[in-house]
Design a protein around this ligand. Sequence first.
Ligand SMILES: [Ca+2]
Ligand SMILES: [Ca+2]
Length: 230
Amino acid sequence: MRNVLMAAAIASLAGAASADVYGDATGELFDNNFTHLDIVSVEVTNDASFLYFDITVAGDLDATNWGKYLVGMDTGREAGSTTGGWGRNISWGAGITDYVGSWADDGGSGAGGELHALNGGAWALTDATYLAGTEIMGDDTNHAAGTQRIAVSLAALGLTVGDSFGFDVASTGGGGGDPGVDHLSVAGMSTPGWGDMSTSGAFLSYTVVPTPSSLALIGLGGLVAGRRRR
Ligand SMILES: [Ca+2]
Ligand SMILES: [Ca+2]
């Protein structure tokens, strides 16, 4: 019976660290032929070391050779900047301190990305999948279903359990002056065309949670302590 109770406690606690899913409208682009740029949802999770962004779009990412996906984050490390993100024609609303620039444009295998951080008001490259690849990693496992997964080091972002940060996700093209074709934070059309700046809406928020394994250990400790008291 005790084992059953413990197993149930572990299972329920593991479930407690479930993902946060942020939905977006679909078919709201200036050109809805770009299904691989049409954000459907973004799921955010974390483990002890990494933050995971699962960016799901309407199209098949194995079939595209030019999609780019930006994640702008405001961790509060320093005053954020409204510009940044590979020089794209985007105004990041309240301002960002860190951003991921990622791509799924190799026609079917691999997902890459760069992590950039604001340092004294200037953008600097922290790491990339083609460099050390320890602070940022890409995963193309679910590309056929339209999901680009990016893992970012919590330590690199200066985040620990209990910290909250604001963020927005934007899809864009391969040109330096391209706008955010779709923003997670914007329910309507994000830009009327390639030549017009896009602007973030109110940032979404995510809070870094304890990992399932640490929660399970806390749960087990509580059960053992409870038994001793009896
Ligand atoms: Ca969308
Ligand atoms: Ca949108």
